[in-house]
Design a protein. Structure first.
Length: 486
C-alpha cells in the first residue's frame, strides 16, 4: 500500500474526531424538525410502541424487511421513551460512526487531510443530510457498510496472519449480514468490494476468505430475502425507471470524478479510488439493473454508496493539499478547512431545507393537533386512505373521544400497520348513524382519488349526506369536518 507522507494535524486522533464531532453537530442541529414526524417515521414510531410479540406477529404480514430495526427501536422506546429524539438519534450516531470509518479509510489510503476531508464531506452530502435525521434504518446500514469497508481495507493493507485474520474476516461477514438484516439491498456492497479486490490484484487466499465471509452473509440473509419478497406489494408504489432518474447518479459521478482521477485505481495498489469508486458506482448501477425487472430505484436503498463518494472527495482534496505544499506550505494547511467552510455556506439553503417540515411529504403530528382542536366528543373519524390512521396511532390522545367507525380490527391486534377495516356496507351504515364526522386525508396536490371500495363508499356517503363545515390543510394532510344535512 502506498504511504502518503503529507503532514496533517499534529494530533493523529483529530483525523477521525473532527469528522465525528462535525457530523454529530449537523445531526443534532434542528433534530426535532419543529416537532414534526412524517409518514415513514410514523411507521417506526407506532411499531416501536408495540410489544415484542405484536411486532413479531406483524412481521409475518408486512414490513419483514425492517424487522430487526423495529425491534431495536422498540428497545430504545422502552428505555428512553417515545420522542423525536429517541426516534432520530440512532441515525445521527450512525452517521457520525460512518464519518469516523470514512476518515480512517481516507487517512490510511490517501493521507490525513484526505481522511479529514472525506469524513466531514459525508455529513454535508445532501442525500446524507436527509437521512441523517430520519427515524428509519438507512443511516445504520450506511454505518455498517462503512465499517465493513474499513475492515476490508485493513485486511488488504496489513495482511494479518493466523487467528487475527480469521477474526477480522469473521467480523467482516457478520457486519455484512447485520446490514442485510437491516435492509438486504445492502448486499450490493459485496460486488463493490469484489471490484476493489479485482483492482488491487489480491491473491487466491484473500479471494477465498472474502468469498467465504460474503457467502456466509448471503446465506444468513437469504431467508429474510425470500420471505420479504412475498410482501412485495409494499413497494408496488415505486415508479418505473425513467431517464430523469439517472440524473442523480450521473451527478454523483461528476462530483466524484476529480477524486477518482487524482487517486485513480491502479492495479496492485489499494487506493482511495480503488475502494471509493466501486462503492459509489456498483450499488447504484446494480439497483438500476434490478429496477429494469421490478421498480426499486430509490436513493435511500443505496445511501451507503455515499461512503464511496466521500472517499473520492477526500482523495481529491488530499491530492490538492500535496500539490500545493511545495509552493504554499502554510496555505496548503488551510485548503481543506477552507473548502469545507465554503461548501457549508454554499449548501446552507439545502441544510436549512432538510430541517424544515416541508422537506417531507406530510406531518402526522401537526394534523393530529388540528383534530384535537376541531373534534367534539362523540364525533366519528374516518381515514382515507386507511394508512392515514398513522396519525391516530402516533398521537392517540388527540383522537380520544372519537369513534373510528370504519375500523374492524386494530393494527396491533390484526398484525398490520393500518388495521383491518369493515366492509363497505357496514361503514356506510355506521356513518349514517353519526351527526358529525372528521375526515383525515391527504392535502390537495398529494391526495389521490379513492382506490379501495371502502374509500369510495366513504367519499360517496360524505358527499351525498353531509355538508362541510370546516376544512384545514396543514403540512401535506387535511382535516375536514362534516355535519349531516338532515
Amino acid at each position: 500500500m502506498t504511504s502518503h507522507m503529507s503532514t496533517g494535524p499534529r494530533r493523529p486522533y483529530l483525523v477521525w474526531l473532527l469528522p465525528a464531532l462535525w457530523t454529530l453537530g449537523l445531526g443534532l442541529w434542528g433534530l426535532s424538525r419543529q416537532d414534526s414526524v412524517w409518514r415513514d417515521e410514523a411507521a417506526t414510531w407506532q411499531v416501536a410502541g408495540r410489544s415484542t410479540a405484536e411486532i413479531w406477529a406483524m412481521l409475518g404480514n408486512v414490513d419483514a424487511v425492517h424487522g430487526l430495526y423495529y425491534l431495536l427501536m422498540h428497545g430504545l422506546f422502552e428505555v428512553f421513551g417515545a420522542s423525536t429524539t429517541t426516534l432520530r438519534l440512532p441515525s445521527v450516531l450512525a452517521c457520525a460512526g460512518a464519518a469516523v470509518c470514512v476518515a480512517l479509510i481516507g487517512r490510511r489510503l490517501a493521507g490525513p487531510w484526505a481522511g479529514i476531508a472525506a469524513g466531514t464531506a459525508l455529513g454535508l452530502l445532501p442525500a446524507v443530510q436527509f437521512y441523517l435525521q430520519e427515524g428509519r434504518p438507512y443511516a445504520l446500514v450506511a454505518a455498517g457498510v462503512a465499517l465493513s469497508t474499513l475492515l476490508l481495507v485493513s485486511l488488504l493493507g496489513n495482511r494479518p496472519a493466523g487467528r487475527r485474520t480469521r477474526t477480522r474476516w469473521t467480523a467482516y461477514g457478520c457486519l455484512v449480514l447485520l446490514c442485510a438484516l437491516l435492509n438486504w439491498l445492502s448486499l450490493l456492497a459485496l460486488p463493490a468490494h469484489a471490484a476493489t479486490l479485482w483492482w488491487v490484484r489480491v491473491g487466491r487466499g484473500v479471494w477465498a476468505r472474502w468469498a467465504v465471509a460474503g457467502a456466509g452473509a448471503v446465506v444468513g440473509a437469504l431467508p429474510l430475502v425470500l420471505f420479504s419478497r412475498g410482501q412485495s406489494d409494499q413497494v408496488s408504489w415505486i415508479p418505473p425507471l425513467t431517464w430523469h432518474m439517472m440524473i442523480g447518479p450521473a451527478l454523483l459521478l461528476v462530483v466524484g470524478a476529480p477524486g477518482a482521477w487524482a487517486d485513480r485505481p491502479t492495479r496492485g495498489r489499494v487506493s482511495a479510488a480503488a475502494v471509493g469508486l466501486p462503492l459509489l458506482v456498483v450499488p447504484q448501477s446494480a439497483l438500476i439493473g434490478i429496477s429494469l425487472a421490478q421498480p426499486l430505484f430509490l436513493d435511500r436503498y443505496v445511501l451507503f454508496s455515499m461512503v464511496g463518494l466521500s472517499l473520492l472527495i477526500g482523495a481529491g482534496l488530499g491530492a490538492a493539499v500535496r500539490a500545493a505544499r511545495p509552493r504554499l506550505p502554510r496555505a496548503s494547511a488551510l485548503l481543506v478547512p477552507g473548502v469545507i467552510a465554503v461548501t457549508t455556506l454554499a449548501l446552507l439553503p439545502v441544510e436549512l431545507a432538510k430541517r424544515d417540515p416541508a422537506s417531507r411529504v406530510d406531518d402526522v403530528l401537526r394534523v393530529a393537533g388540528e383534530v384535537a382542536r376541531l373534534k367534539r366528543d362523540g364525533d366519528a373519524v374516518l381515514f382515507v386512505p386507511a394508512a392515514r390512521r398513522d396519525t391516530a396511532l402516533v398521537s392517540p390522545a388527540a383522537f380520544a373521544g372519537l369513534a373510528d367507525v370504519a375500523l374492524a380490527d386494530a393494527p396491533a391486534a390484526s398484525g398490520t400497520l393500518k388495521g383491518e377495516e369493515a366492509d363497505a356496507a357496514r361503514i356506510r351504515a355506521a356513518l349514517l348513524e353519526r351527526r358529525r364526522v372528521l375526515l383525515v386525508t391527504d392535502a390537495e396536490g398529494v391526495a389521490k382519488p379513492p382506490g379501495a371500495r371502502r374509500d369510495q363508499v366513504k367519499a360517496q356517503v360524505l358527499r351525498e349526506r353531509f355538508s362541510v363545515v370546516e376544512d384545514r390543510q396543514v403540512r401535506g394532510r387535511r382535516v375536514t369536518v362534516y355535519e349531516r344535512r338532515d
